[in-house]
Design a protein around this ligand. Structure first.
Ligand code: AMP
Length: 210
């Protein structure tokens, strides 16, 4: 098992790209730290209860909390699978934890998108609470308004996708996650792609870069 890390601000489209590629190739496994945490919150587990307040405020949850979940997923994964790791690591301390697991990092792909575009994108973002498929009212609308193409479930707006929390999440990204760009560049693992080409071209560019 090896890992491709998706790096990018919230709303940069990394989740959509990873989901699309994983749906097309059974050997790719999309693991989203945000989805793992939202699942734990929905189930009301101890970790979910601990994470909820941070998530609603747009802050990072404690490193150990999310690292434990990611380590469990890595430990369960066997065979010829490439994991598309979306949302983890989010800071240098998490990157160091990931290295200590001994998992092989193949590349780190940065979806580069300016903040102004991100705010617009998140405003139109809709998510399926059941199968986690992502949509955008303008750029990637579902076939039937408000319904998931895959499972027909009513689409929702994430609680942390309101404009105020988005601003906080972008501050957190610039302060805590952006240092990973230099960190992985120094290791020769970083690939940068323009994340503002639309979902299809983003996915193609990502595939070529990973
Ligand atoms: P996302 O779906 O990736 O935008 O994540 C949603 C929220 O989950 C973030 O705003 C954080 O509160 C939390 N979260 C996700 N991944 C991490 C991580 N690697 N470290 C800390 N918090 C995280």
């Amino acid at each position: 098992m090896n890992i491709v890390i998706l790096l990018g601000a919230p709303g940069s489209g990394k989740g959509t790209v990873a989901a699309k590629l994983a749906a097309e190739n059974a050997n790719l496994k999309h693991v989203s730290s945000g989805d793992l945490l939202r699942g734990a919150v929905a189930k009301g587990t101890e970790a979910g209860q601990a994470a909820k307040g941070y998530m609603e405020a747009g802050k990072l949850v404690p490193d150990e909390l999310i690292a434990t979940m990611i380590k469990d997923v890595i430990a369960e994964s066997t065979g010829d699978v490439t994991m598309l790791l979306d949302g983890f690591p989010r800071n240098v301390a998490q990157a160091e934890i990931l290295e200590k697991t001994g998992a092989e990092i193949r590349s780190v792909v940065l979806l580069d998108v300016p903040d102004a575009i991100i705010q617009d994108r998140i405003a139109g973002r809709r998510t399926c609470p059941k199968c986690k498929a992502g949509y955008h009212v303008k750029a990637l609308p579902p076939k039937v308004e408000g319904k998931c193409d895959h499972c027909g479930t009513d689409l929702v707006i994430r609680k942390d996708d309101n404009p105020e929390t988005v601003k906080d999440r972008l501050v957190v990204y610039h302060q805590q996650t952006e240092p990973l760009i230099a960190y992985y560049k120094a290791k020769g693992l970083l690939r940068v792609i323009d994340g503002d080409q639309g979902p299809e071209k983003n996915a193609a560019a990502f595939k070529a870069a990973m």
